[in-house]
Write a protein that binds this ligand. Structure first.
Ligand code: SF4
Length: 193
């Protein structure tokens, strides 16, 4: 693990270096570890535990995983805003050091995040926020990149519009350099936020 850029560490579930079904274009996807909501039908229950899984310095995400042609980072989980300071550091580095766009999925409502100062600090580096927890009975049936229709898109910069969030498919199989096979996207293969 690298050190020295930031003393803040991320408790990370997994990082996918390049995906086309987690927001506009090719994106690195960082899944934060830890969520206490226990939404029925959550496709990623392995992210729920609050135990430490793998610690990353924020810049380490890019040093280890950034690939050519990636236009942005998507942060999902788990609940990214349970680690608001580390999230803010990650997003700030993405923008300032790598000129990446930033998309974040959260189970919180946007208004609730705006009432928490540490979360507001992280929000200043977010291009698009998709808020509210997954509701199993409101599953998104189109190719729009959200798990359920109660979730809202907040375009916090002018970089994207809702048209950019229609994906080429609902799910994707990723084969890592180590041969590990991972499913991602918005189908039974993996998670909604
Ligand atoms: S759907 Fe999202 S908010 Fe709900 S339990 Fe799963 S990770 Fe947490």
């Amino acid at each position: 693990m690298r050190s020295g850029y930031s003393p803040v560490l991320i408790n990370m579930h997994a990082v996918i270096p390049a995906s086309r079904v987690n927001g506009p274009g090719r994106r690195t996807v960082a899944f934060f570890q830890g969520c206490q909501r226990r939404c029925p039908g959550c496709f990623n229950p392995d992210t729920h535990s609050m135990e430490t899984r793998e610690l990353y310095a924020p810049d380490e995400v890019f040093v280890r995983h950034l690939r050519p042609g990636v236009e942005g980072i998507t942060v999902s989980g788990g609940e990214p805003f349970l680690q608001p300071v580390a999230l803010g550091e990650l997003l700030k580095i993405a923008r300032r050091n790598y000129s990446l766009s930033t998309v974040v999925y959260t189970g919180y409502a946007y208004d609730d995040l705006c009432a928490m100062p540490e979360c507001v600090s992280a929000l200043q580096y977010v291009d698009v926020l998709i808020d509210c927890a997954y509701i199993e009975g409101m599953k998104e049936m189109t190719l729009l990149a959200r798990g359920s229709t109660n979730q809202n898109f907040f375009f916090l910069s002018d970089r994207y519009s809702v048209a950019d969030f229609y994906m080429p498919g609902k799910a994707e199989i990723v084969i890592g350099a180590d041969g590990l096979i991972t499913g991602t996207g918005f189908s039974r293969l993996m998670r909604p936020q």
